[in-house]
Design a protein around this ligand. Structure first.
Ligand code: PEP
Ligand code: MG
Length: 314
């Protein structure tokens, strides 16, 4: 499969019965965009913009950020770029943005909560993204959103910037990383343009297992039926409102999980760059009816181990 995967990497990921899923790349640095395109990525599905903020001794200014984002757009040649706004706090500190000491930083000031406490920094980032995009397809998403109020506050900043920096093709979405966001997907769906499910954090918060825990993290498996149910809720709400759903957590790069995610109706998978050819090949080997059956069965099971055993058995 690996050899065929490489050969066919530039073809779309279409199942044997004609259902196409976008396969994009997760990037932690815009300099890696040409490599992602060479591996067959249909776009960038998650740009972790933290790298720009971590590489500088102070918050990067507008020009610095525009330069970075332009590099990505140039290499993408019309393919979409999904940029996540700055996601720090929790396990990702910034020297120039001292945070109060917290007993539970994973449950504290991180992600969009932190950004909304410094709207000037978020506004500069959005301005840079819009300036760099011009007429190219830009998708902006916010990390760690828990409900529609946070989304509205963040989106208001984008709307403000957009009045001064018009762009041709912009969508504004939300990452589903907090269980409340999946549980409330029906209230978010009418207001967002898309959802992107961050299964790393969604699994951590659903199963109450630190994703980096020394001994427990192996149990933080995104194929846990509890996580799969949240994914299903998100997809149903999104599709009810004509919105698309991606998965950008590590689960999307797991060949065993791919049929389940496709069967649940996920429209886009964003994976580690080097996995793009393999994930596309997995999808081309699938038929949607079987994938739906596997997803349906996985939802009925009780543990992640049961789901993996069932998938193994076929
Ligand atoms: C996630 O939580 O699944 C995700 C994609 O974000 P990160 O891994 O950067 O926290
Ligand atoms: Mg995350």
């Amino acid at each position: 499969l690996q050899a065929r995967a490489h050969e066919c990497r530039h073809q779309p990921a279409t199942t044997t019965d004609g259902h196409t899923v976008e396969v994009c790349a997760n990037l932690g640095n815009t300099a890696h965009t040409p490599d992602a395109v060479a591996r067959g990525a249909d776009g960038v599905g998650l740009l972790r913009t933290e790298f720009i903020f971590m590489a500088h001794p102070e918050a990067p200014d507008l020009e610095t950020q525009v330069h970075e984002y332009r590099q990505a757009f140039a290499a993408l040649d019309g393919r979409p770029l999904v940029a996540r706004t700055l996601d720090v706090g929790g396990d990702k500190p910034l020297d120039y943005w001292p945070l109060p000491r917290e007993d539970n930083p994973f449950l504290g000031m991180r992600g969009i909560r932190l950004s909304l406490s410094r709207p000037d920094i978020l506004e500069t980032q959005v301005q840079a993204l819009l300036t760099a995009a011009g007429d190219r397809p830009l998708r902006i998403m916010f990390p760690m959103v828990k409900d529609v109020a946070e989304f509205r506050a963040a989106r208001a900043i984008v709307d403000r910037v957009q009045a001064d920096v018009p762009v041709a093709d912009l969508q504004v979405g939300v990452m589903v990383e907090v269980p409340s966001c999946a549980l409330l997907a029906q209230s978010l769906a009418p207001e967002v343009d898309f959802f992107s499910i961050g299964t790393n954090d969604l699994t951590q918060y659903t199963l109450a297992i630190d994703r980096g825990h020394g001994t427990l993290s192996a149990e933080a498996d995104g194929l846990h039926p509890a996580v799969l149910r949240l994914i299903r809720m998100t997809v149903e709400a999104a599709h009810d409102h004509g919105r698309w759903v991606g998965v950008c957590g590590e689960l999307a790069s797991d060949p065993q999980a791919v049929p389940v995610l496709v069967g649940l109706g996920v429209d886009e998978l964003s994976v580690t760059s080097r996995r793009v050819p393999l994930v596309k090949a997995c999808i081309r080997n699938l038929d949607l009816a079987t994938a739906r059956r596997q997803a349906h069965r996985a939802l009925s099971l009780a543990t992640a181990a049961e789901v993996r055993d069932a998938l193994e058995a076929g």
